[in-house]
Design a protein around this ligand. Structure first.
Ligand code: PEP
Length: 269
């Protein structure tokens, strides 16, 4: 029997993820944005930066910018993928295609996918399965809505999401790629109303406890749990200080000077 302890890819570097969402509007702007960001981020030690552009900019991000990087800190991610590798599914992009493009990470279950495109935990679990089969690394987003902000409800939502999405994976195969879980309270995304470090820490500890119950211990301990929701250069390092292993950043990742400050402040922790 294969010893999973030997094949899991343990990665405990701080990870800063730039989710560009449906921005910018042209390839030239995407190139310029990344060039600006790269100019300001030097001498990174224990930090990885994952750029997650819209699908159409993946080749340019990979070819023109990331592959030229000598440091191994730059990675490319995708914002979504389909749950099959190929077939009659008009408009979909499969994990196999992303892998072929050099993508290593895939955001999964982002609240904007859940809200605007009706993605359920069941759909997300199907996507997780095929992402792991392709040895890609998921960045699984979980978090409560504004209505669910009360502590007991937060725990109930996180428990349900983790159980429904992660429990099935032990039934088919245990992952050998990196796993990242992003705690993203939905009310904090894109609103400027970030989650206080004290509240976020409660969620972090709760997620850790739940992971131990759902997954084998060696696996749960190697999952990086990160925070996302209105992160800026002022509040970023607070989340790293309380034990998050990284940040998922939307709005601020489109402003080079702001994103650079965030990465540099976390790198100094
Ligand atoms: C996100 O898109 O996941 C996000 C956290 O966005 P923002 O940083 O803008 O709140």
């Amino acid at each position: 029997m294969v010893n999973n302890l030997n094949i899991i890819n343990v990665n405990q570097k701080i990870v800063i993820i730039a989710n560009w969402k449906c921005n910018p509007s042209t390839e030239r702007e995407a190139e310029n944005l990344l060039r600006e960001i790269k100019k300001g981020i030097k001498k990174i030690r224990n930090t990885e930066v994952i750029i997650v552009p819209p699908f159409v900019y993946l080749p340019v991000v990979r070819d023109k910018i990331l592959l030229k990087s000598k440091e191994g800190i730059w990675k490319v991610g995708a914002q979504n993928c389909f749950w099959e590798n190929s077939g009659a599914f008009t408009g979909e992009i499969s994990p196999l295609m992303l892998k072929e493009l050099g993508v290593e990470y895939v955001i999964l279950g982002h609240s904007e996918r859940r809200i605007y495109f009706g993605e359920t935990d069941e759909v997300i679990a199907k996507k997780l399965k095929v992402i792991l089969e392709n040895k890609l690394s998921p960045i699984l987003c979980i978090g409560e809505t504004k209505e669910g902000r009360e502590e007991k409800k937060i725990e109930k939502v996180l428990k349900r999401q983790l159980k429904e999405i992660l429990s099935p994976i032990s039934r088919f195969s245990l992952p050998t790629s990196d796993l990242v879980i992003a705690y993203e309270p939905i009310w904090a995304i894109g609103t400027g109303d970030f989650c206080s470090p004290d509240e976020a820490k409660k969620a972090l500890l709760f997620i850790k406890k739940e992971l131990i119950e759902i997954l084998p211990r060696y696996l749960s301990q190697n999952i990086r749990i990160i925070y996302g929701g209105s992160v800026d250069s002022e509040n970023a390092k607070n989340y790293i200080n309380i034990g998050f292993k990284g940040l998922l950043i939307g709005g601020a990742s489109l402003i080079p000077q702001e994103f650079i400050k965030i990465v540099n402040s976390c790198n100094l922790q």
